[in-house]
Design a protein around this ligand. Structure first.
Ligand SMILES: [Mg+2]
Ligand SMILES: [Zn+2]
Length: 184
């Protein structure tokens, strides 16, 4: 099974310091949904792993998160893409849960749920904690410079082997072109 694990805010959609609290605030980064469609066309299962501490902080509720994700699913679908599953951590930053990135709990749950080996699976994020969680689970970390990505790059300390791309579209292009080369 070909699998890729994406962060949501700052990778698929524009991030906001005020949190994405409504479907109206969820706006895709240009090219990101098309990139998800290319992944699907190339046989990838696309899974999202996202920290959503706004729930734990009472800024929005589960019903709202579900409506935001419904909008994201629909937007991907309309461009020929598919998001196979969304895993989220609803807990506040101080909750000491096992699922909030940089902890690898969500990645472990993805591996269990999909019965997948995460070793070498590409994971794409814009924050250090996305890359750390993925690396801890055996994934190959890829940083995009959208969202908090430039700040993350400038602060450094990235997990070993982290590749850096302008945005999700460029990261996916790299992944798929590498695959074509490996097939030859
Ligand atoms: Mg992010
Ligand atoms: Zn959590």
């Amino acid at each position: 099974m070909k699998l890729i694990i994406l962060d949501r805010d700052g990778v698929i959609n524009f991030d906001s310091a005020q949190y994405i609290k409504s479907p109206e605030e969820w706006k895709p980064i240009p090219g990101s949904l098309e990139a998800i469609a290319r992944l699907k066309q190339n046989g990838y299962r696309v899974v999202v792993a996202t920290n959503q501490s706004g729930i734990g902080r009472g800024l929005f509720d589960m019903d709202t998160l579900n409506r935001i994700h419904k909008k994201m699913h629909k937007a991907a679908f309309e461009l020929g893409g598919r998001i196979d599953a969304i895993f989220y951590c609803p807990h506040a930053a101080d909750s000491k849960c096992e699922c909030r990135k940089p902890k690898p709990g969500m990645f472990k749950r993805i591996a269990e749920t999909l019965n997948a080996d995460l070793n070498g699976v590409a994971t794409i994020g814009d924050s250090l904690r996305d890359l750390q969680a993925g690396a801890a689970a055996g994934c190959r970390p890829m940083l995009v410079l959208t969202g908090k990505g430039e700040k993350t790059r400038d602060e450094g300390d990235l997990p070993e082997g982290t590749l850096i791309f302008a945005n999700l579209a460029a990261a996916v292009d790299h992944l798929l072109s590498r695959e074509t080369k490996e097939k030859k």
